[in-house]
Unconditional design. Structure first.
Length: 155
């Protein structure tokens, strides 16, 4: 298969100018909106630890959500191809970020709780997580480990 290039476009608009711009560290709010054509805006801010608004998504949460969602989408695709019927999928993912001179994520832990159709192959369903990780565009773009600890049961 030939390489295909995909381009994605978003607009990030800072909305936190309280009238003084960035005159000082505490003079402005961290609020922003993430916009993309024909999509609902995502209300963002920084993490509350960095004077952000806890009611808005922060970039760290968006990164974690992207990794979890990408893994899930690949996993569902691979299960469908393998004849495994996933009836529910809930991931309570956790990301670890170390704040040092240069803050960085050190790990993402995916904890999907999956229910399969009665009689489907649980061992194959577990094995497909490894393949989903290998295929995940987001995981392939990150420079830290993503660990997956699935819990799979029958309906």
């Amino acid at each position: 298969m030939a390489d295909r290039e995909h381009r994605y476009h978003v607009t990030v608009e800072w909305t936190g100018n309280k009238g003084q711009g960035t005159e000082s560290y505490k003079a402005y709010d961290r609020e922003f909106n993430v916009l993309a054509e024909a999509k609902t805006a995502i209300a963002g801010s920084s993490d509350p630890a960095f004077l952000g608004n806890a009611s808005r998504w922060n970039p760290e949460e968006m990164l974690l959500a992207s990794a979890s969602a990408c893994h899930k989408l690949w996993y569902l695709h691979l299960c469908a191809e393998a004849g495994i019927s996933v009836e529910s999928y809930l991931d309570k993912a956790e990301g670890t970020m170390m704040e040092a001179r240069q803050g960085r994520f050190t790990q993402i832990l995916l904890r999907p709780q999956i229910t399969l159709r009665a009689g489907d192959d649980i061992e194959l369903a577990k094995a497909l997580h490894h393949k989903a990780h290998e295929q995940c565009f987001i995981a392939n773009s990150l420079n830290f480990p993503i660990v997956c600890e699935p819990q799979i049961k029958h309906a």
